[in-house]
Design a protein around this ligand. Sequence first.
Ligand SMILES: NC(=O)C1=CN([C@@H]2O[C@H](COP(=O)(O)OP(=O)(O)OC[C@H]3O[C@@H](n4cnc5c(N)ncnc54)[C@H](OP(=O)(O)O)[C@@H]3O)[C@@H](O)[C@H]2O)C=CC1
Ligand SMILES: O=C1O[C@H](COP(=O)(O)O)[C@@H](O)[C@H](O)[C@H]1O
Length: 494
Amino acid sequence: MASLIMIFGATGDLAKRKLFPSLYRLFERGKLSERFAVIGVGRRTLSNDEFQKSVKESVSAALGEKQDIEQFVNHFYYQSHDVADSSSYAALRKLADEIDEHYQLDGNRIFYLAMAPEFFGPIALHLKSDGLTDVKGYKRLVIEKPFGHDLESAKELNKQIRTAFSEEEIYRIDHYLGKEMVRNIEVIRFANAIFEPLWNNRYISNIQVTSSESLGVEERGRYYESSGALRDMLQNHMLQMVALLAMEPPISLTTDEIRSEKVRVFRSLRTIKGEEVKNYFVRGQYDAGTINGNQVPKYRDEPMVDQESNTETFVAGKVMIDNFRWAGVPFYIRTGKRMETKSTKIVIQFKDIPMNLYYQPEKMLNPNLLVIHIQPEEGITLHLNAKHAGGHLDAQTVKLSFSNTGTNAMNTPEGYEKLLYDCMRGDATNFTHWDEVAYSWAFVDKISNVWANEKADFPNYASGTMGPEAADKLLEKDGFFWWPVADLDVDTCK
Ligand SMILES: NC(=O)C1=CN([C@@H]2O[C@H](COP(=O)(O)OP(=O)(O)OC[C@H]3O[C@@H](n4cnc5c(N)ncnc54)[C@H](OP(=O)(O)O)[C@@H]3O)[C@@H](O)[C@H]2O)C=CC1
Ligand SMILES: O=C1O[C@H](COP(=O)(O)O)[C@@H](O)[C@H](O)[C@H]1O
């Protein structure tokens, strides 16, 4: 698979922490042929040697020392370039053409935009107007999040990039779609006769998706102030997981079929707007607190954050999918920073059986749960009721667990590795189609419009907790509760 990968933002955090280690892993596994090259583009002046040194450092920081690292970094070139300045694209084009010829890359080009979002549109326009996309091979644009700030800005961005690339050539990254267990959702659903017949409102009472982080906003206060948890996590990662859980079986596993089933879920999302927002969505902002024994500051004391900030660092919501399969089944989703633990889990709670014949007839048995552990541990646990050993016919909960032992730690480059490889192979299934982006913004905009106009009573949850009380009440009023993510760990279920 010959290709020239041009990384715009090659001196940035994402390139160093995720992209270079991921490319190395592909190289190590023999998934990059000798016919590949990378041009790193950044604003600062660096020689090729200095750039190669920084690539080596990022690989060894992520993966340890590697014997064949010189062979790998020999394929890396650097171009200092101000992306806002038209004149430098000519130099970039010249370098790209030379490298293309040297490595016989057949004109295949991947443009990876790992830069601040305001540059996405202008770079795409320059790539076309300055001739970098005039190639005889394939040309693909990989674009990082956030894809716009709301539906209007996303449309504008899409219009700009579509002048240079067709929809099939655009790879909008959602790194959750690179995670092993997120990809496993459709296999668990569609390859098991015991689940698919039950995967509907007759047997499922509710679904809970939690993605909690113990980290705070760190150095990203400036970006986060204009984003918040709703735009940063819910519009993309959380709704993508909901779509995978809720979609109909595709008629085949092609990119178009899978994406179009996901789009149908987005189209079925119940619109929540105006006065209804408070009945379906809860927002929070972290106060100071203790995490792993360390005292941490409140969000409003983080660098680049307004002392009166109205930005949410936590969001919980009840999402309803108004279609035949899911009518009446709430999908509860929550995500936040500075929570008790770093964990992403999906809990599918099945409906109670009509009557408990065992144990105490006046009490219900524990519901059956299917837990999908996305990170940091990866696996599946099925909670069943079975006879208490040695007892009469008393029932107890037993857990059947499968654990993907230690393939990933959280935030590893693993997801990026898969996504980069998919892009090189031309498989866009695990990238988001424009329609998915547009519907998810339309859903989220209605909520953010209400929140933007109402001052919240922040901060409202202490760092190190699972969010504000209102998030618990959201479920309590429906007769449910959040299954505690720490107690569901795959390791505790053996
Ligand atoms: N970091 C992360 O973990 C994640 C990041 N993202 C997204 O990835 C993108 C990049 O983020 P991140 O790496 O953190 O950003 P950084 O701020 O760390 O890096 C920005 C990069 O852009 C370059 N740059 C800035 N201005 C110019 C310019 N005018 N011309 C040329 N190059 C320029 C910088 O070059 P120089 O250093 O030389 O100035 C640097 O390489 C963003 O869209 C972000 O939302 C998404 C998910 C996670
Ligand atoms: O996209 C983002 O994701 C990370 C969380 O990713 P994970 O793989 O560690 O779960 C989040 O910290 C960041 O704010 C957001 O932009």
